[in-house]
Write a protein that binds this ligand. Structure first.
Ligand SMILES: [Zn+2]
Length: 400
């Protein structure tokens, strides 16, 4: 049996006035997804347990059949895996954003979406001033960088599960004083953040950026800490060899821990201008070598964060045409097959942020009786299947 999973990230939403009171899924012309729903079943899942933050790191673990309450350890270790950084049993990864804080207010969580070369230059300065002992700093892409604490039994990391940190994108224009790290190891994190102000604020690049009207990078912001998750590889748990096609580091990291092959599509951007057709072709190709192929598309989530309903509809139509259509055709050529289409979490155009709650999915293929439905939030509510623990959907999908 061959399996495909298509994830239009954050596509689930509410009815929109601008779309004639339809949700983006209802408004989109998506004959291929609706065919899957008509020939198969629709249902709902909750991929985000109440105690965790709705985001792709937590929600995709559920979607791939892993209980996040048991396996989720933080965002940074997943990104470390995507960057090829191996974490030992005593190591912690911490996300190290380059941010703009002015008058103790979080003005920009991304340092003005700092360019990759500028980001590297700032991180070079961070490394120069803060490197030492157990601390390592790794430049990633733009403002998304990492700090690694290499712990040992003699010098253990001071952090614990109770350590509390704040994602900087969740505190726009808020005073940082109310959102500084707390709990075990907080003193170290606060101290590094404070130290970084002394050499970043006066960094020569900031003069250039200010002159160009861009946000200066005034300090680092440490958050998202965690140790390497101890995931049983997907093949061992579910008996299938998987592959992941995504433009997002977080999802590459999840795939690394699942033991899936990561397939890069150079023209995939993780944004609205991504090369949908190239991702579809890569998916079709990957089916030859793998039991299960997952294609993740970030554009639907990005459109939601930008509050653009029409772009969200357009992204869904592109996914339908260039990815779902070719994937279903290819699956049929392989004999026995199944496809699952589901977002990881909801992303609401109204609030421009991720939402909690049930998301609609549809499954079709060998051994699935047709239900004659369509694929959208309301059809899913009427469907017979609901998984309050999102991780239970995987066994149902695999059907054995
Ligand atoms: Zn998002």
């Amino acid at each position: 049996m061959k399996y495909a999973i298509i994830i239009p990230d954050g596509c689930a939403d509410e009815p929109q006035a601008s779309l004639g009171r339809k949700t983006p899924l209802q408004a989109a012309r998506k004959p291929n997804m609706d065919r899957v729903a008509c020939d198969g079943v629709v249902g709902q899942s909750n991929n985000v347990p109440d105690s965790l933050t709705p985001a792709s790191d937590v929600a995709t673990l559920s979607l791939f059949g892993y209980d996040p309450l048991k396996y989720y350890t933080g965002r940074a270790p997943l990104e470390a895996a995507a960057m090829g950084i191996t974490l030992g049993p005593h190591d912690w990864a911490v996300r190290c954003n380059l941010v703009t804080v002015i008058d103790d207010v979080m003005v920009d969580f991304s340092g003005g979406h700092v360019s990759i070369p500028d980001g590297k230059a700032y991180m070079e300065s961070v490394r120069e001033h803060l490197y030492g002992g157990p601390l390592e700093f790794h430049a990633g892409v733009s403002y998304r960088n990492l700090m690694i604490f290499r712990g040992s039994p003699a010098v253990p990391a001071p952090f614990a599960r109770e350590t509390k940190t704040q994602p900087p994108h969740d505190i726009p224009d808020k005073p940082i004083a109310d959102h500084l790290p707390a709990g075990p190891g907080a003193e170290l994190l606060r101290d590094l953040m404070t130290q970084s102000r002394s050499f970043l604020d006066g960094h020569p690049l900031n003069r250039t950026r200010r002159a160009r009207g861009e946000s200066p990078v005034t300090q680092i912001w440490l958050w998202g800490q965690g140790q390497a998750p101890n995931l049983t590889p997907f093949h061992q748990l579910y008996g299938k060899r998987g592959a992941m096609i995504t433009a997002v580091d977080l999802l590459r990291g999840v795939a690394a821990f699942l033991g899936w092959t990561r397939i890069d599509v150079p023209t995939a951007t993780g944004y609205l201008d991504t090369d949908y057709a190239a991702k579809g072709r890569a998916g079709v190709e990957a089916l030859n070598e793998h039991d299960l192929v997952c294609v993740h598309i970030e554009a639907t989530d990005e459109a939601s964060h930008e509050g653009k309903a029409d772009e969200k509809v357009k992204a869904l139509e592109e996914i339908d045409r260039h990815i779902v259509g070719p994937m279903v055709a290819a699956l049929q050529r392989h004999g026995r097959w199944r496809i699952l289409i589901s977002p990881d979490h909801r992303t609401l155009l109204r609030e421009r942020v991720h939402g909690r709650g049930l998301v609609p999915w549809t499954i079709a293929g060998s051994g699935v009786a047709p239900s004659g439905g369509t694929y959208d939030e309301f059809a899913a509510v009427r469907g017979p299947h609901r998984f309050d623990r999102g991780e239970d959907l995987m066994r149902f999908f695999l059907g054995d």
